[in-house]
Ligand binder design. Structure first.
Ligand SMILES: Nc1ncnc2c1ncn2[C@@H]1O[C@H](COP(=O)(O)OP(=O)(O)OP(=O)(O)O)[C@@H](O)[C@H]1O
Length: 591
């Protein structure tokens, strides 16, 4: 609470146009932190502002304010901007703008402008003719100094057709899309309605076989994706990536599915459609890229998408921090409102360390960084939250301890600095694209077979679906079948000799079951954990939130089934879904 009080005293709150107009009457320099109601002012910079206020001691000519973009009409151009923006007003004129929490640049700008004001007051110089920045339509306009511009995201809607889903191509297509530098912002596996198909494919309506096509598209699940890309031109060209991966081959480390670190490198395509055509995937996946249509279909398929945007980032605790202060850091992560979707210890290979620590490659301590990063397990985490990337980056602070201790003393970088290495002990992805690639790399998906048994009511099925989604599983295939003995033998072959097997068959014959292929990192173990112990009465005691505790009634009517290991998962999936499904990586690790 004391900290909050100091913040209020440090920065005046501007949350209406009239307060904004009043603020422009300030004499001297006013530093304006433009923020969005949904993410709050930039906490990371408040330490710097407090330090400058105390050190410069110029309260007459140096003012700090926070201005909420949504409540001030003049700040309309900055609404929905996910980076912090700092404006510098001198005697009511906005003379400079900095995008991003660039502490050294903000520090320098304030000191220069305050020094100018002091010299003007002392009659040493005449007031410079500052170029005033127009705010309207000025997102890319820069005054005296600026750091980096933010870039809009460009969205497409993609539909992976039933035919591709049924032949197990969904995962491969999604993996390729992510590796090509796109971000999958949302996805849903659903049976499209006739209207949806007619609307999405309206340009094909005149084609002779359109009716047949509509019927094919509405007979089983499609996978609908919202895909985005940055409008920024990324520096690496495809050829550079190819030559890099060819010259630096990579052996997978033991016990880990084969991964290619070159997939962590940025790639860039201007259009999803163009990419799919070039890679011969367009017959499986249709794309809409027209802005108005994309907006329309986002509203149809993902009505909540524009309200609540949960983001993911890859986070890393480097080996020393992981070993010494893991619990402390995990508590901070939870208290900051992040949901830990997945986590695993991972020992980096040298090439992986070099790719992930590229920002330090010109430093004289780079070899030490690599040695440290490969010396033992780091903890890789997938964090989820609204405004996740920015919040995590702000929380961990800059990449070096020196900068953190000077400008971001509250950051985790400063707080958890280790003596032997001058780098941030925590890592976060730089962009949504990097997050997608890095998550896919460190958490490659695995398949498991799951069954919702016949006794689950419609409402219970819905609740189980929500739990499946919440836990980060993707349902890659699903069918409703009455599990006859012939079917059950394909799933339960390992208990076929048990004396209770006939009772199991009887219970399964009470109605149709929902059989699914679930996919995610460590899916087999995580699904079993979500199901809970076999006997619901034991589950209620040992794992009260588990599905069997909540929806099972007795040992036989225990709501759900799941494969026990990778071999069983593969066999039962192949037995039940005769179509080809991508195989599980060998020897998957447990969390
Ligand atoms: N001793 C028993 N008596 C009666 N039914 C049993 C008994 N043990 C297991 N079952 C039933 O047989 C099913 C398969 O048994 P298994 O030993 O494979 O347990 P599980 O692996 O926890 O469950 P599942 O295979 O369904 O995920 C259980 O889900 C349960 O309904």
């Amino acid at each position: 609470m004391a900290g909050k009080k100091r913040e209020i005293q440090l920065q005046t709150v501007i949350n209406s146009q009239s307060l904004w107009d009043e603020m422009l009457q300030n004499k001297g320099l006013t530093v304006i932190d433009v923020y969005q109601a949904w993410c709050g002012p930039c906490k990371a910079m408040q330490t710097l502002f407090r330090k400058l206020k105390n050190e410069l001691n110029e309260d007459e000519i140096l003012h700090f304010v926070v201005a909420e973009a949504d409540s001030v009409a003049a700040l309309q151009p900055f609404r929905d901007n996910c980076e912090p923006i700092f404006l510098f007003s001198v005697n009511g004129k906005i003379v400079s703008k900095i995008e991003g929490a660039n502490a050294p640049l903000v520090n320098k700008t304030i000191i220069n402008l305050v020094n100018d004001e002091k010299k003007i007051a002392a009659g040493e110089i005449v007031r410079p003719q500052y170029h005033e920045i127009g705010l309207v339509g000025s997102n890319a306009e820069v005054g005296r100094s600026a750091s980096k511009d933010t870039f809009d995201r460009i969205y497409s809607i993609a539909i992976i057709k039933p035919e591709a889903r049924n032949t197990g191509k969904t995962m491969e297509i999604k993996e390729n899309i992510v590796n090509a530098g796109f971000v999958i912002e949302a996805e849903d596996n659903r049976v499209l309605t006739e209207n949806q198909v007619r609307e999405f494919y309206s340009q094909m309506a005149e084609q002779p076989d359109f009716e047949e096509f509509v019927s094919l598209m509405t007979h089983s699940l499609s996978c609908v994706l919202v895909v985005s890309r940055s409008s920024e031109q990324l520096p690496l060209l495809e050829e550079e990536i190819v030559s890099k991966s060819e010259t630096e081959p990579q052996e997978p480390s033991e016990g880990q599915p084969e991964m290619d670190p070159s997939s962590l490198v940025k790639k860039k395509w201007d259009s999803l459609e163009e990419y799919l055509v070039k890679e011969n995937m367009h017959q499986f996946c249709d794309v809409e890229e027209d802005v108005d249509n994309v907006n329309k279909f986002i509203d149809i398929f993902f009505p909540d998408f524009k309200n609540k945007k949960l983001e993911k980032t890859l986070a890393f605790l480097r080996p020393d921090l992981f070993q010494e202060k893991k619990e402390e850091v995990l508590n901070i992560i939870k208290n900051e409102g992040f949901h830990i979707l997945m986590q695993r210890p991972v020992v980096l290979s040298e090439e992986e360390a070099r790719t992930l620590c590229k920002e330090y490659e010109n430093e004289n301590y780079f070899d030490k960084v690599i040695e440290n990063m490969t010396s033992g397990p780091s903890l890789a985490l997938v964090l989820v939250r609204e405004n996740c990337l920015r919040h995590w980056k702000e929380l961990i602070g800059p990449s070096t301890v020196g900068e953190a201790k000077q400008y971001f003393t509250d950051s985790l970088c400063a707080q958890f600095a280790m003596e032997n290495l001058p780098i941030n002990q925590l890592y976060g992805s730089d962009s949504p694209e990097a997050a997608e690639r890095e998550i896919q790399y460190f958490f490659p998906p695995q398949n498991t077979l799951a069954v919702i048994k016949p006794q689950a009511t419609h409402a219970q099925r819905e609740m189980i679906f929500s739990r499946i989604k919440e836990a980060g599983f993707e349902i890659i295939q699903m069918k409703e079948i009455l599990l006859t003995k012939e079917h059950a033998d394909k799933i339960y072959y390992k208990i076929a000799q048990k004396d209770f097997y006939n009772s199991v068959l009887e219970v399964l014959s009470e109605g149709p079951s929902l059989v699914m292929i679930l996919s995610k990192w460590n899916a087999i173990a995580d699904w079993r954990r979500l199901m809970g112990p076999t006997d619901p009465s034991e589950a209620k005691f040992l794992s009260p939130n588990s599905l069997r505790a909540q929806f099972g009634t007795n040992l036989l009517r225990n709501a759900v089934h799941g494969s026990s290991n990778a071999t069983e998962a593969m066999q039962s999936i192949n037995n039940i879904f005769e179509e080809a499904v991508p195989e599980n990586p060998e020897n998957p690790e447990e969390n």
